[in-house]
Design a protein around this ligand. Structure first.
Ligand code: GDP
Length: 189
């Protein structure tokens, strides 16, 4: 199984009309600089597909892609950017919870990316609590795993698992493609 085609469709904000087709959705979330753009480019084999959202002032929207002509990939904007104003932070929070809280969408899986060296932040844990409360499917991507020595890797993965129980955690590197096959397998596409 693989990703054969990825096509940018549209970007949405609260109140916007969502695509009429109600394809199953894979959503991707994470704080800015978590490696989400690199992850998406790696799993879709398209280098320029997703761009880093860390630039201040960039309009924040949910970017939707059509994958294999029958799934949606929803790339949510990165959060936790330190220099963001309170107002922008609120807008961003509303956007994330609006999209993930939409009960009409068919979420097949939500991938939350976190830097494996850092582990979950309070922002990550808030989103995880929200998803758990709604019983939404969640998989954790422990990104930038190539940056850890093998001895540190196990310690970090154990610590992440202790903080986020009951969810699968996939060590991932967009540099070595470690974890890529596993992600595609989990998606079942
Ligand atoms: P985003 O803001 O979450 O979209 O993060 P990016 O994908 O833009 O990545 C942020 C920074 O981390 C960039 O400098 C990337 O080159 C780097 N990065 C992302 N993923 C990896 C990875 O798997 N390994 C390494 N070594 N660096 C990574």
């Amino acid at each position: 199984m693989s990703i054969q085609s990825t096509q940018y469709l549209t970007s949405v904000v609260p109140g916007a009309e969502l695509p009429r087709e109600n394809h199953p959705v894979f959503a991707f979330i994470g704080r800015s600089n978590s490696g989400k753009s690199s992850f998406l480019n790696c799993i879709t084999n398209q280098k320029g597909l997703a761009r880093s959202g860390a630039t201040p002032g960039v309009t924040r929207k949910v970017n939707l892609y059509l994958v294999n002509k029958k799934y949606f990939f929803a790339d949510l904007p990165g959060y936790g950017y330190a220099k963001m104003s309170r107002q922008d932070r609120n807008t961003l929070e509303k956007l994330i919870f609006w999209y993930l809280g939409n009960t009409e969408l068919k979420f097949k899986n939500i991938f939350l990316l976190l830097d494996s060296r850092v582990g979950p932040t309070d922002d990550d844990l808030d989103i995880i609590d929200f998803l758990n409360a709604k019983n939404l499917p969640l998989t954790i991507i422990a990104s930038k795993i190539d940056k850890l020595k093998s001895s540190e890797k196990q310690t970090q993965l154990k610590s992440i698992a202790a903080n986020i129980p009951n969810h699968q955690i996939i060590p991932f590197s967009s540099v070595t493609a470690e974890g890529k096959k596993e992600v595609i397998n989990i998606m079942g596409i």
